[in-house]
Ligand binder design. Structure first.
Ligand SMILES: [Zn+2]
Ligand SMILES: [Zn+2]
Length: 315
């Protein structure tokens, strides 16, 4: 069975099975769990990098069945990170291939503002890796979901790039396979982009002693500070002298240090969780020397330079 036949099988049989047959021992559910992932794996070739999973639900039928390709350097579960998925519309009208996000994890992290968080993250991913190709959709998709805040609705908002296929009008198998490799390429580009950003500015000891959750927030914070446009603007507006200790790179290093300073984002790490993040280069950022920047992150005054200075900085 090729990819097209497998997808068509699910499109034509899923609703009938879901509505009239029990989940336990169901052969279509088993097909989603093992056959479809096998077909996809074979198309990806021999690779240690990818894990392919599929599901029709856990114990009960899900409204939006899926099969996902996970890059193991990013995630080993579709509950977190970002990955590539085939998502079937709840009403059987079609399916998407979609570069999507681990919605379960984000739901725990962001609560009721998860939809917005997903959309913001999605456009952020898309901005990192621009992709224009006929038929490729950017942003939210429509899985015809009925359940508010259900997994399906979250997948709708978590979509980064997608292609839609309508039931009864799927393209040729060769085209479906070409789309799969297109999306694998996109996925990889985003992965590489992410990790190069992360490893270049996060030193291991910066994360020492932090919980996984705080480490993640620190990385988010760093990612915002690395937004070149914002950081550059903040530095232009606020100058190149450390707001905490007065260090002047140019004075110390001459021409080499001219125009060198680090932008620091003032949103307290604890409120990065779901709340609207201020991104005004004038009031939501400050400028610090590299030492003060690393030290302030070790204190509770991450968003209050004056208090950090009073408590810790010997001038
Ligand atoms: Zn300083
Ligand atoms: Zn910072």
């Amino acid at each position: 069975m090729n990819l097209k036949q497998a997808l068509e099988k699910i499109l034509s049989e899923y609703l009938i099975e879901k509505e009239s047959n029990s989940f336990s021992g169901n052969t279509l559910a088993e097909f989603l769990r093992s056959e479809l992932p096998k077909i996809i794996s074979n198309l990806l070739g021999v690779s240690d990098r990818y894990l392919v999973k599929g599901s029709a639900g856990k114990g009960v039928w899900t409204n939006v069945p899926w099969a996902a390709v996970l890059d193991k350097t990013v995630t080993d579960t579709p509950q977190k990170g970002f990955y590539l998925a085939y998502l079937f519309c709840e009403d059987g009208s079609g399916l998407y291939i979609s570069l999507n996000q681990g919605v379960t994890d984000l739901k725990q992290q962001y609560g009721s503002s998860v939809r917005n968080a997903l959309k913001v993250k999605s456009s952020d991913y898309a901005a990192q890796v621009p992709h224009n190709s006929p038929g490729v959709l950017t942003g939210p998709i429509n899985l015809k979901t009925s359940q508010r805040m259900g997994l399906g609705e979250l997948y709708e908002n978590g979509a980064i790039y997608s292609r839609h296929y309508q039931t009864g009008a799927l393209p040729a198998n060769s085209e479906l396979e070409a789309h799969l490799s297109e999306f694998i390429d996109l996925y990889l580009r985003i992965v590489i982009n992410q990790s190069s950003q992360q490893s270049s500015t996060i030193a291991e000891d910066d994360e020492d002693g932090l919980s996984v959750e705080d480490g993640t927030r620190l990385r988010e914070h760093k990612r915002i500070e690395r937004n070149q446009k914002l950081a550059k603007k903040a530095k232009e507006l606020q100058g190149y002298i450390c707001k905490s200790c007065g260090f002047d790179f140019e004075k110390k290093y001459g021409a080499l240090g001219k125009g060198f300073i680090e932008a620091h984002h003032l949103t307290p790490v604890s409120t990065l969780k779901g709340k609207k993040i201020g991104l005004d280069p004038k009031k939501d950022f400050t400028v610090l020397c590299s030492n003060c920047h690393r030290m302030i992150h070790k204190t509770e005054f991450v968003d209050r330079v004056e208090e950090f200075k009073a408590a810790y900085v010997v001038v």
